[in-house]
Design a protein around this ligand. Structure first.
Ligand code: PLP
Length: 458
């Protein structure tokens, strides 16, 4: 497939026909840029690959929960996979029909269950017997019934990064397949609960198809067994986790991701042939990962005895994946390097006071200078959503581009908002009214001093 979403034109990188250097001038750096064309393409090709199956595609919001992104998918017919009340609210605010929302997660609170019940969602993916009991209570108390899919832990190793594998016996997710079988065969019904399906999700960024096949086969066998035992199941939720390509040039990335997705879809078609069940898919990264970039500007180039550091204005607070998972993001200059330019290995680092604020070590890049723009590619998933204000750096803005147009879909956080969320207790608020008062720590202590001195118990 030809990637026209991100491409060099007239020597500069463009996203959906918008020049990124112009965007950087207008918006400032760092900023996230998502291609609406790429989002739509990703959704449509996944839907096309599943054509003919009774499938609901529930976009996993946690990968990227900007309203504009969710709305893009909702307009194309997507449902949503949510893992918190906040995500449920985001999905509903963006117009996702509630009958296409599944609520997953190992630690739902009673309040979250109520929110889901009141919204009338498609199903709760229940991950423990204790959760099932609480849901039964909560639903009964409200005089309603909760549609449930039991999330089974199929005990397969997804072969992905340890931190994002979720389907092994030692992982906190799901109910062991054996226990789920024994339980469901005996309990059959429960007040306030409608057992409708089985669910599985074995991890994220899966690049190998074998663990999927094993997990799905186990799930489907269990589905048949439980139906035969009289449980009125009618839905199988195959989760998400399809890996995308992070390496190579931008053209190759989209092609490789597409190929992985097609392999997955072909495997699914084979396994569910003749299965009497509606299907749910929960792709997150697949739909958004390759569709986003983080754009940053070089602040300084600094040489040490052994290496050259390129210090950029984005940091681990903006994009934590390299620090958190040793994840790889391709780094590209916005201004195309002339053909034949020699590359030199550099460390690309951010300004945060942590050594782990390093995006890449000894990465071969064309010569760079202060002011140059770079992009981290494939930063559409698990990127902005994990951003923080560490080092009191405001959250970066998000921009959606589409067919030559752009829109800021989330403003850069301003300093007043950031600081304004703090509150002073009344024993310190004097000092707040006089921020220039040099002596405020001592004064604060005086104000806070209790009438009776507190003696140490020891
Ligand atoms: C995170 C998650 C997903 C999405 O995973 P991706 O790797 O982004 O596709 C789907 N389902 C559940 C239950 C999840 O926790």
């Amino acid at each position: 497939m030809d990637n026209t979403f991100f491409a060099y034109r007239d020597g500069g990188l463009h996203a959906s026909e918008v020049a990124l250097d112009r965007l950087a001038e207008e918006i400032g750096t760092p900023f996230y840029c998502y291609s609406g064309d790429a989002l739509e393409h990703g959704y449509r090709s996944f839907a096309a690959a599943l054509a003919g199956l009774p499938a609901t595609i529930c976009y996993a919001l946690k990968a990227n929960s900007n309203q504009a992104v969710i709305k893009t998918f909702a307009d194309l017919g997507a449902g949503a996979d949510v893992v918190s009340e906040g995500e449920l609210r985001r999905a509903m605010a963006a117009g996702v029909p509630t009958e296409k929302i599944v609520f997953a997660g190992v630690g739902k609170t009673a309040a979250e269950m109520i929110a889901g019940l009141d919204a009338g969602i498609l199903q709760f993916n229940v991950e423990s017997l204790a959760e099932l009991e609480l849901l039964s209570q909560v639903a009964s108390q409200r005089g309603t019934t909760a549609p449930v899919a039991v999330r089974v832990n199929p005990d397969v190793d997804a072969g992905t990064l340890d931190k994002i594998t979720t389907g092994r016996a030692d992982s906190k997710f799901g109910i062991d397949a054996g226990a789920a079988r024994d339980y469901l065969r005996t309990v059959k019904s429960m007040p306030g609960i409608r057992f409708e399906g089985l669910a599985v999700h074995i991890g994220s960024q899966l690049t190998d198809i074998a663990p999927y096949r094993t997990a799905f086969q186990r799930l489907i066998a269990l589905y048949h067994e439980l139906r035969a035992a009289g449980l009125p199941l009618r839905r199988v939720d195959l989760g998400g986790g399809i890996g995308i390509s992070y390496k190579h040039d931008l053209q190759a990335q989209f092609a490789e991701t597409e190929e992985r997705m097609q392999t997955y879809a072909a495997m699914v078609h084979g396994l569910v042939d003749g299965l009497d069940a509606d299907l749910v898919f929960e792709p997150g990264r697949l739909l958004v990962g390759n569709a986003g970039l983080l754009v940053t500007r070089v602040l300084y180039v600094k040489d040490s005895d052994t290496r050259r550091f390129v210090i950029v204005d984005a940091a681990m607070n903006d994009l934590i994946r390299p620090s958190l998972y040793d994840a790889w993001h391709e780094i590209l200059p916005v201004k195309a390097a002339p053909e034949g330019t020699a590359l030199q290995p550099v460390d690309v680092v951010g300004p945060v006071c942590e050594s782990t604020d390093t995006f890449a070590k000894q990465r071969p890049l064309p010569p760079l200078a202060k002011g140059d723009l770079l992009v981290f590619s494939s930063a559409g998933a698990y990127s902005f959503v994990m951003a923080s204000t560490y080092n009191s750096r405001p959250l970066p803005p998000e921009v959606l581009v589409r067919g030559g147009r752009f829109a800021v879909v989330r403003e850069r956080m301003n300093y007043d908002t950031m600081i304004g969320q703090d509150r002073l207790p009344d024993w310190l608020s004097d000092g707040a009214a006089q921020p220039t008062d040099q002596a405020s720590p001592a004064r604060a202590l005086r104000h806070a001093a209790p009438a009776q001195p507190i003696r140490s118990a020891g």
